[in-house]
Write a protein that binds this ligand. Structure first.
Ligand SMILES: *Cc1c(COP(=O)(O)O)cnc(C)c1O
Length: 389
């Protein structure tokens, strides 16, 4: 057995920084010289630029993706006794924001192909208390928004998109964050547009909702020291805006690189004979191979993650890790089984597709600076793992 000499981290932010070092340093110095650190012209310029990029009327910088969701739910008036329909297979921020407002997250299972909320199950989850639907565009691909928008329209519900992993993704030509009433983005450093710390964004085409977000992120003040709404400190720092302005200029090239890497993985895994039919999902632990990510119709998948279903996933990860190849299990425990949400009273088996995904999916390196030799090393190591079984 030979140890692969090529080490492949899950993510390599230093490699990205090396390609934009001078631009970043100029931008940072501009903020330092201005000594204006909170909101202000740098944040406003970023908001104009990213609103144009996304194609929305309003884009408001906030302190994180989590606060984007919280402020959005506050803006549409979610409170005690309300229900918000969402998926359990996601990052904890989605459901926790609902609970923090005294409302109840009502879970709907995911579609096994896309790992996004199953729109066919949304209707059955609605009650007279339902106020909003909160779909997540997981891993860089948008949820099936048309039926969700349709139900929301008929039942007078708000739609808040958790687009934290989907900046630049589209569905039938419509950008993530522009289909619902509000869109929530994250600039956590590992996201496809990552800051040098925490940051987030709320998008909208509705002037009144945008006005409320603008107030809510700054204690509900208008003007200063006169509070119209109960808000918080959800402001974006100028330093983050300056970094994000630089990176936004590279985002399309980075997305194209991610998409090219996804195509290379598909080819390499097929050539290695490792690709299983999605129907094998339930029997994965007896299979030597993996199910590739699904690109659903009419979507632009931006591959924030390249997430596969893998037989013997945990043993595979240990094998890869021993060879210096990074991977991550995003969401080993679905929300309905989280200790913090135990009061919701769910049990194992309530959302079987989410549970299956939590048990069998794993994300592979897909960052833009990845080389083809690195992808070959990843695929060869996976092939070797399944051969030795
Ligand atoms: C990253 C992420 C968030 C939270 O974003 P932060 O900026 O880390 O607060 C919310 N939802 C999803 C799906 C995410 O991936």
């Amino acid at each position: 057995m030979t140890n692969s000499p090529v080490r492949v981290p899950l993510l390599d932010l230093k490699a990205q920084y090396a390609t934009i070092r001078e631009e970043i340093q100029v931008a940072l110095l501009r903020v330092v010289e201005s000594q204006q650190f909170i909101l202000g012209p740098e944040v406003e310029a970023f908001e104009r630029e990213i609103a144009a990029y996304i194609g929305c009327a309003y884009a408001l910088g906030v302190s994180s993706g989590t606060d984007a969701i919280l402020a959005s739910l506050m803006a549409v008036g979610i409170g005690a006794g309300d229900e918000v329909v969402t998926a359990p297979y996601t990052f904890s921020a989605t459901a926790q924001a609902v609970v923090r407002l005294g409302a109840r997250p009502v879970f709907v299972d995911i579609d096994p192909l896309t790992l996004n909320i199953n729109p066919a199950a949304v209707e059955g989850a609605l009650t007279p208390r339902t106020r909003a639907i909160l779909p997540i565009h997981l891993y860089g691909q948008m949820a099936e928004m048309e039926p969700i928008a349709e139900i929301a329209h008929q039942r007078h519900l708000y739609v808040v998109e958790d687009a934290a992993q989907a900046l630049g993704a589209t569905y039938r030509g419509q950008a993530a964050g522009t289909v619902g009433d509000l869109g929530c983005f994250s600039f956590f450093p590992s996201k496809n547009l990552g800051g040098f710390g925490d940051g987030g964004l709320v998008t909208s085409n509705d002037p009144e909702l945008a006005r409320r977000i603008r107030l809510l992120r700054n204690h509900g003040q208008e003007p200063k020291y006169h509070t119209r709404l109960l808000g918080g400190n959800f402001r974006l720092d100028a330093i983050q805006a300056a970094v994000l302005r630089v990176k936004l200029g590279h985002l399309d090239a980075w997305t194209l690189a991610r998409q090219a890497h996804a195509r290379i993985y598909r080819r390499l895994f097929a050539e290695a004979g490792l690709v299983l039919d999605p129907g094998q999902r339930e029997r994965l632990d007896r299979q030597r191979g993996l199910i590739l990510p699904c690109e659903a119709a009419a979507r632009r998948h931006i591959y924030n993650q390249f997430t596969i279903w893998a037989g013997r996933r945990d043993a595979l990860r240990a094998f890869l890790s021993a060879r210096g190849i990074g991977s991550e299990v995003y969401y080993p425990v679905p929300m309905h089984l989280q200790e913090s949400l135990g009061f919701l009273g769910h049990r194992v088996g309530d959302f079987p597709v989410s549970e299956l995904a939590a048990a069998h999916t794993v994300s592979l390196p897909i960052y833009p600076e990845l080389s083809e030799a690195m992808q070959v090393a990843v695929v060869e190591a996976i092939a070797e793992f399944y051969q030795q079984l």
